[in-house]
Design a protein around this ligand. Structure first.
Ligand code: SF4
Ligand code: SF4
Ligand code: SF4
Length: 302
């Protein structure tokens, strides 16, 4: 993980599942900021990762983003740099200036959380990334699941649009976006996961249903706000051909929309899922051909 700059000492708070009002200003828990990314939407982008997710995917590569810290204190004593402490109120306090990014705290936590969270206002977040603005096309909100912070994102993206940059969301599609008119007014594009092609597979893989991701894909495509859909290919866990067939059927009529097929890799997954098989290049090529045969023009395999 990269080290963020900015405020040096911050404390964690319990996940509210939505917007957070600490004091009077709306805040959201920021896990990580990647200044420059070429894989999070069009062009060169700053990616902001928010803490908290409403799914629990078997293969999650960032499981420390799923839950918010419950202040059990277990990671405090394992930090080799003295960057973590417990306040008198029993809350974990993170001193970013001391953190050496060793990830020991993430390995210690059994709650799928991180103590390295900053609860930021949209103004603070913009000021944090301001130095990158001359060099980027836009900002992408990711996670965890960034749509859990839709009120915050609306405010943040309003600021981003005033800076004449584009605003993208990378989402698992579980929160219906089509009703969020204020957010849609300042949102340029979405990148939406399609993790499985049947209800049964989707529930088995993510713990949640397939209906909302599919509906979000349909509706965002219909209003020109879909940049790409993304499928992580995981052999022996779900029927990948069913997933790709469904994905292709949803975007075949919108040629600008990209289908990104991502090879499952073991990096970062929880140890109990380390035995999940990685797909071969031949499997990825078969799926690429399947999507192409169903009419998708823009396919990327990574
Ligand atoms: S949606 Fe993404 S962040 Fe959430 S559990 Fe699944 S892979 Fe992890
Ligand atoms: S171990 Fe996890 S839940 Fe406990 S204080 Fe650390 S980050 Fe929070
Ligand atoms: S990554 Fe975690 S354990 Fe390592 S120095 Fe930073 S806060 Fe401490």
């Amino acid at each position: 993980m990269r080290k963020e700059s900015g405020d040096s000492v911050v404390s964690c708070s319990a996940w509210t599942g939505g917007k957070e009002d600490i004091g009077k200003e709306m805040r959201a828990p920021v896990n990580k900021i990647i200044p420059f990314s070429a894989v999070d939407g069009y062009g060169n982008r700053t990616a902001v990762f928010f803490q908290g997710c409403n799914q629990n995917c078997l293969y999650c590569h960032n499981p420390e983003t799923i839950q918010e810290c419950i202040h059990c204190g277990a990671c405090v004593t394992t930090c080799p740099a003295g960057a973590l402490s417990l306040s008198d109120a029993g809350r974990v306090v993170y001193d970013i200036s001391k953190c050496c990014n060793c990830d020991t705290c993430l390995k210690t936590c059994t709650n799928n959380a991180s103590p390295r969270i900053r609860h930021m206002t949209s103004k603070e977040l913009l000021e944090e990334i301001r130095a990158y603005l001359p060099f980027i096309d836009g900002v992408t909100a990711s996670g965890g699941e960034c749509s859990l912070r839709s009120d915050f994102l609306t405010e943040f993206f309003e600021r981003i649009k005033k800076e004449k940059k584009t605003a993208y969301m990378d989402t698992n599609g579980q929160i219906p976006l089509w009703d969020k008119k204020e957010l849609l007014a300042v949102l340029d594009k979405t990148m939406i996961d399609l993790k499985a092609g049947t209800e049964e597979d989707h529930r088995k893989l993510t713990g949640m249903g397939l209906e909302n991701p599919v509906e979000n894909i349909r509706r965002m495509a219909a209003i020109g706000k879909l940049y790409e859909i993304r499928t992580v290919v995981v052999p022996d866990v779900v029927d990948n051909a069913r997933t790709v067939a469904l994905g292709a059927s949803l975007i075949a009529d919108v040629p600008d929309v990209r289908y990104k097929l991502i090879k499952f890799r073991h990096y970062g997954v929880r140890s109990e899922y380390a035995g999940i098989k990685e797909p071969s290049d031949a499997v990825m090529e078969e799926l690429r051909e399947l999507a192409a045969a169903k009419g998708v023009k823009n396919i990327v395999v990574t």
